[in-house]
Write a protein that binds this ligand. Structure first.
Ligand SMILES: NC(=O)c1ccc[n+]([C@@H]2O[C@H](COP(=O)([O-])OP(=O)(O)OC[C@H]3O[C@@H](n4cnc5c(N)ncnc54)[C@H](OP(=O)(O)O)[C@@H]3O)[C@@H](O)[C@H]2O)c1
Length: 305
């Protein structure tokens, strides 16, 4: 299968593009950040009118995994119009443009569409209630994609791993602080289900291989607080766990409101895939193994000078 990945310089896009997944060929769409990658890159600004149709005509992919977005929650608050264009309108237009061509479309959304007020675990049947601009525009994006292209996959995700900048993910935040012997805050009142980005990439491709469509929670099978996550990173790398300071997200001074409970069920996904979804423990082990193998340095070597 030939898979076109948008946002190839991003945390998910780059990890996805660097994976050798079966016999699949990856072609990455990048604006300006990458050079010398082992996969083919097409340089493109996705909001340029008519560009995507030309790209599809040239590449003729079997599937698209659309990861490009404004995924910075606080920057979306400062630029709601830009966020709406990129996170809500563009995905619907892309999904529509391939709907009748037999090209599979996977759109990446977020666990943050929920307000976190539910006591239990969120399923795909629960009604979202986004708290800020990022989550609102991502929810609009989901709806636009599925109404334009009901065969599409919409994957609500939360993930961690190594990135091009070395600073993009929560796991890198803890790694960078703890390896420098610095204190860092870990929120005790935000629960989430992070999936290691390598596990996410493999799962997304398996979903395409299996011919799934519709809305799925594609997150880890284990819920924990962000504070616990920081402690687990510390333990895995042999750093001082006491450097992670327990804090409430309400004291953080972050611009956008954050949901306290993002525990999502993977029951639908594991049932339809016929496979267990990995938890955070195996994910952190894989994150550590990549570090030992020099993966973060290798990744940074693809940064355009
Ligand atoms: N990180 C998480 O834990 C998380 C959690 C929930 C959901 N998500 C969702 O997962 C997806 C991937 O997130 P991520 O963390 O990998 O994001 P990221 O690291 O911020 O990467 C975003 C990518 O989109 C590209 N992009 C933005 N605007 C573009 C445009 N106009 N034309 C072409 N490319 C453009 C960026 O290119 P440049 O590098 O050139 O800017 C970058 O490659 C997003 O849909 C996000 O909403 C992420």
């Amino acid at each position: 299968m030939k898979i076109l990945v948008t946002g190839a310089s991003g945390l998910l896009g780059l990890n996805l593009s660097l994976m050798q997944i079966g016999t699949h060929t990856i072609i990455g769409v990048d604006r300006s950040k990458l050079a010398g990658t082992p996969f083919e890159i097409i340089k493109a600004e996705l909001t340029q009118p008519g560009l995507f149709s030309r790209l599809i005509d040239t590449v003729r992919p079997d599937a698209i995994i659309h990861t490009a977005a404004n995924a910075n929650v606080d920057s979306c608050e400062s630029d709601p119009e830009g966020a709406r264009l990129l996170n809500a309108e563009l995905p619907g237009e892309l999904a529509l443009s391939v709907a009748r061509q037999g090209i599979r479309f996977t759109h990446i959304s977020t666990d943050a569409v929920f307000d976190g007020t539910k006591t239990g675990i969120y399923t795909e049947a629960d009604t979202p209630n986004p708290l800020g601009v990022y989550a609102q525009t991502k929810l609009e994006g989901e709806r636009n994609v599925l109404s334009a292209n009901p065969q599409a996959i919409v994957a609500r995700v939360n993930f961690f791993g190594w990135s091009l900048s070395g600073t993009r993910s929560l796991s890198e935040f803890f790694f960078n602080k703890l390896s420098a012997g610095e204190h860092c805050n870990g929120f005790t009142d935000v629960y989430f289900c992070p999936l290691f980005v390598g596990d996410l990439a493999e799962t997304l491709v398996r979903m395409l291989d299996k011919g799934l469509s519709g809305l799925y929670h594609v997150i880890g099978s284990e819920a924990l607080s962000k504070y616990d996550f920081g402690q687990r990173i510390a333990r895995q790398f042999g750093f001082d766990e006491s450097l992670v300071i327990p804090k409430s997200v309400e004291e953080s001074g972050l611009k956008a409101r954050r949901s306290h409970n993002l525990k999502l069920s993977v029951h639908k996904l594991s049932t339809d895939l016929g496979a267990e979804i990995p938890g955070v423990s195996t994910g952190i082990s894989r994150f550590y193994a990549q570090h030992q193998q020099g993966y973060p340095q290798k990744m940074r070597s693809y940064q355009q000078a």
